[in-house]
Write a protein that binds this ligand. Sequence first.
Ligand code: ADE
Length: 251
Amino acid sequence: MTLFPEVVRAVLDSSITGRAQAAGYIKINTYNIRDYSKDKHRRVDDTPYGGGRGMLMAPQPIYDCYQAILKECAPDEKRRVIYLSPKGKVFTQETAKRFAGYDRLILLCGHYEGIDQRVLDLIVDEYVSIGDYVLTGGEIPACVVVDCVSRLIDGVLPAAECYESESLTDGLLEYPQYTRPPVFMGIPVPEVLLSGNHAKIDNWRRERAIEITRLMRPDLLGKKVCAADDESGGEGDKTAAGDEKSDIETE
Ligand code: ADE
């Protein structure tokens, strides 16, 4: 639910989330709150009672938009209504994993100076912030949440291993990675990576992950750190992420 569906569509219809929609792994609907305004000028905002700066989003268009969405929902589906707001708990990889367990997430994007509290109290299950700073609206945060949750959905990325060993999934930041050439600007790739010894390589990567986490985000080390999980997913599946060799987006 947004006043700027084109912003959300521009981001989420491209790259991996775009392909994941085309392949049917995820479905992203955008609803323009303005379409539900009963005002003759399609207004969606009004001045705050009690005075104060700026305009507020009025409750009626949001409430009616939400009711229209509910008509599309199966009665037994597991869904959650999320309001993107700096007042929310900060979104983390753990939140993303929890959200991936729902059949449907309904994201409400605010604008102006906020939203009439009554409609928030009526429809919202959870407030979510993407960080301790204030943006002009909830669209970018909504894209962050949808992008992050989508890549946890089966089929969206090539194989489970793509996100099993990456930054933050096991409570550590990702180890440094290298590709060809073996020497670039006089700097060689760490020798162990060319050794073919996978036990040694895993060990080296774990050590580098701990080192980089200690350096960049020591606060993460106080949190849960699990043993490296070595389960690998099936390869060669067709996925929304596209060809294994061209994971870097060039479109
Ligand atoms: N809307 C404005 N700022 C925000 C933030 N930091 N997180 C989520 N929604 C927001």
